[in-house]
Write a protein that binds this ligand. Structure first.
Ligand code: NIG
Ligand code: FE
Length: 439
């Protein structure tokens, strides 16, 4: 692939607009869902496949998608506009990863080894490991140290085609440490091509110092941490780990209501290990997403469908926890629930930054079609972050966040597995990552 850097051509202005431009040519196809609202049911698998299309970007936006002849008719030859040579590859929207726990310190490979020897994730957590071991490490880390760790993870995300990601706190579990994590997210995001959307997850676990009186911790979350995070403008969403042994439905409702009072939109970790009615709570609150859902019951699925809540599925977590339990993706699609995909990137239950890996798992284990998985990893994921009008599809007017796959067609995204299929990444109309030079 070759691309003159877009910044090398300031002022190039097709149709009179100001700002740099980029023309993506030589593609086998552009594959993209269409629209700015979540795709559900049969629509989830309806993906436009535009053979031989070109994509023109200007001023950070997509200005044109379609056949070269039409582009010439509307815009002329554009000899001055830098090209990204698609070399017979497939262009898809930049991946959107709507559920990650990016700002953590430390590592949990010892626990991983224990799990390989047969110990369960819950047993390790009950013995004081799990989330709490990462809380200890994260509390001990400085803000810049955390930001540097986040940046490294974002670099890896970009290598694998992610251009927008959500990032949660939840390993601080005190006012200062939760805010430190959120500030680290903001610091890491500044100037990095990957766009981060921050979520407050102070209700991820009850910290050791509040174990004897958990209501005190809930008071702290609702009355101090939520208002402080909202006032500082450090979070857009409020999340809670609604799960047996963590936070009950009633406690979760209270936390999410506090978030909503302060303008933080609800999303939640729901029915991951046990059906506790968390999906129904997501529906009741009109949450933007209900995430995990490995144990969701039929009535939870019905509630999500009726309320139009997006199911964010995290097959990397099923894989990494080796429980052979997968979210009922087919039943969710068939019930009309929009399905999105995410990495859940975290040190305990899913240590990956790779959306292509998640797509492979979704196709092979959740039995989504490749088209359904693409919609899940782009448009539906964007909608679950409230960004459906901005990103998530290759359409005129949307932000020019694009991924060039070294693949002759969309099917290769899952068919050729275990490799990194990303040849180049365009963010805001600029080539920000390329794996190969020309020739
Ligand atoms: O989404 N389920 C809760 N939280 C994370 C795991 C976090 C951890 O183990 O550190 C998850 O899987
Ligand atoms: Fe999670």
């Amino acid at each position: 692939m070759s691309a003159a850097p877009a910044s090398a051509a300031p002022g190039v202005a097709p149709e009179g607009a100001a700002g740099p431009a980029l023309l993506v040519t030589g593609l086998a196809e552009v594959a993209t869902p269409l629209g700015s609202t979540p795709r559900r049911g049969a629509e989830q698998g309806r993906v436009a496949r535009l053979a031989g299309a070109e994509v023109l970007c200007r001023d950070g936006r997509i200005a044109f998608v379609g056949p070269p002849e039409e582009r010439r008719r509307r815009f002329g030859e554009l000899p001055e506009v830098p090209r990204l040579d698609g070399r017979g590859g497939t262009l898809v929207p930049g991946f959107v990863d709507p559920h990650t726990h990016l700002p953590w310190a430390g590592s949990r490979e010892e626990e991983f080894a224990q799990r390989l020897a047969g110990r369960s994730y819950q047993e390790i957590a009950a013995a004081g490991g799990g989330i709490l071991s990462t809380v200890r490490a994260t509390r001990g880390a400085g803000e810049e140290e955390l930001a540097a760790l986040v940046r490294r993870r974002m670099d890896r995300m970009l290598d694998w085609g992610t251009t927008t990601a959500e990032a949660k706190s939840g390993y601080g579990l005190s006012r200062d440490d939760e805010l430190k994590q959120l500030r680290a997210i903001a610091r890491a995001a500044a100037g990095h091509p990957v766009d981060l959307v921050p979520t407050l997850l102070a209700a991820h676990e009850v910290p050791p110092e509040h174990r004897a009186a958990r209501e005190r911790y809930l008071d702290l979350v609702c009355e101090e941490i939520v208002p402080a995070a909202a006032e500082a403008g450090l979070a857009r969403f409020c999340d809670v780990f609604c799960e047996q042994g963590v936070f009950t439905v009633e406690e979760s409702r209270r936390v999410l209501a506090a978030g909503a009072r302060h303008g933080l939109l609800p999303r939640l970790h729901a029915d991951e290990f046990v059906d506790s009615g968390a999906a129904a709570l997501a529906a009741e609150l009109g949450a933007l997403s209900a995430d995990h859902l490995m144990a969701v019951a039929p009535r939870g699925i019905e509630a999500l469908a009726a309320a139009g809540v997006t199911a964010v599925l995290l097959p990397g977590t099923s894989f990494f926890l080796m429980r052979h339990v997968w979210a009922p993706a087919r039943r969710l699609v068939e019930a009309g629930v929009p399905v999105a995909l995410a990495t859940d990137c975290n040190p305990g239950s899913s240590f990956t930054e790779s959306m292509p890996m998640v797509i492979v798992l979704a196709v092979f284990e959740l039995r989504l079609s490749v088209e359904e998985a693409l919609t899940a990893a782009t448009l539906n994921a964007a909608c679950s972050l409230g960004l459906g009008a901005e990103v998530g599809s290759v359409e005129e007017g949307k932000r020019a966040d694009l991924v060039l796959l070294d693949a002759p067609n969309l099917l290769h995204l899952a068919y050729h597995y275990g490799i990194n299929p990303v040849a180049a990444v365009v963010e805001g109309g600029r080539v920000v990552h390329e794996t190969r030079g020309p020739g």
